[in-house]
Design a protein around this ligand. Structure first.
Ligand code: UD1
Ligand code: CA
Length: 248
């Protein structure tokens, strides 16, 4: 079986946490939240993990330096999620096989769900599988745009979406399984020509599709898993869910 690489995005600044501690090092059930994401990646079968660091890079790197399977890529300036993945270009270029892209602030991710994304990728020889979930609370999230017959078309961000697109309740969880080679190719084609002036990782999905690659949006994740921590309130919520989980 091909080796699976995980890329975990953790370079962004988190003003809304109102804390000096880098966001991904805030603890959930007595462990830095990113440790839970590393666990999920390993459970999904990832043998190598690259963490993209930027804001307070030294602190994040020091906190994770004891893991033999973790290496780091520096994103000096936060120009978007696509740019963050580009910062791992060298690692991606030397890797053949699936690449799982995750974010460091979603500690409720489950290995089983991520494994599902990888098997869907491999089973369909796809370029990309987008992990999606459905929620009425879709504000701020990327929406999954499908054709009338349900075929995946693209992901549109809140700030770029039309009113009609904003009403879509299927959202991008931020978890993707990619074919490594196709991902590198698609990254070459993304631009920052959008409402936020950022390089969006999400654009890779549409780019691959227009190049004739199979791109699937798999609604196989629970919205709870995708719950990102941006505020102290969300940190408390996530901790509550994890406690309930370990009690059952
Ligand atoms: C992103 C997705 C959106 C999805 C949502 C799920 C894009 C363009 N949008 O939006 O479709 O629904 O996540 O939560 O990808 N980061 C970096 N470097 C950067 C920018 C971000 O490392 O330059 C990291 C952040 O630290 C964070 C993660 O990437 O962990 C997501 O970034 P964020 O800016 O929160 O993306 P969203 O706008 O929420
Ligand atoms: Ca976010």
């Amino acid at each position: 079986m091909a080796e699976v690489l995980a890329v975990i995005l953790a370079a962004g600044k988190s003003k809304r946490m109102k804390s000096e501690t880098p966001k991904v090092l805030h603890e959930v059930c007595d462990r830095p939240m990113i440790e839970h994401v590393l666990d999920a990646a390993r459970e999904a079968g990832c043998q190598k993990i690259v963490v993209v660091v930027g804001h307070k890079a030294d602190e994040v790197q020091a906190a994770l330096s004891h893991h033999d399977d973790v290496s780091f890529a520096l994103q000096a300036e936060q120009l978007g999620t696509g740019h963050a993945v580009m910062c791992c270009r060298d690692t991606l270029a030397s890797h053949t096989g699936p690449v799982l892209v995750l974010t460091g602030d979603t500690p409720l991710l489950q290995g089983e769900s991520l494994k599902g994304l990888i098997s869907e990728l491999e089973g369909n020889s796809a370029g990309c599988v987008v992990g999606t979930a459905t929620t009425e609370n879709n504000f701020g999230l990327g929406r999954i745009v499908r054709s009338d017959d349900g075929v995946f078309l693209r992901i549109v961000e809140e700030k770029d979406a039309s009113d009609e697109e904003r009403a879509i309740t299927e959202i991008n969880t931020g978890c993707f399984a990619f074919d490594g080679e196709s991902l590198l190719e698609a990254l070459d084609d993304i631009t920052s020509d959008n409402a936020q002036g950022e390089y969006y990782l999400t654009d890779c999905a549409e780019i691959m599709r227009t190049k004739g690659k199979t791109v699937l949006a798999a609604c196989r994740m629970d919205i709870v898993e995708a719950m990102g921590v941006n505020t102290q309130e969300q940190l408390a919520e996530v901790e509550q869910v994890m406690k309930t989980r370990s009690a059952t």
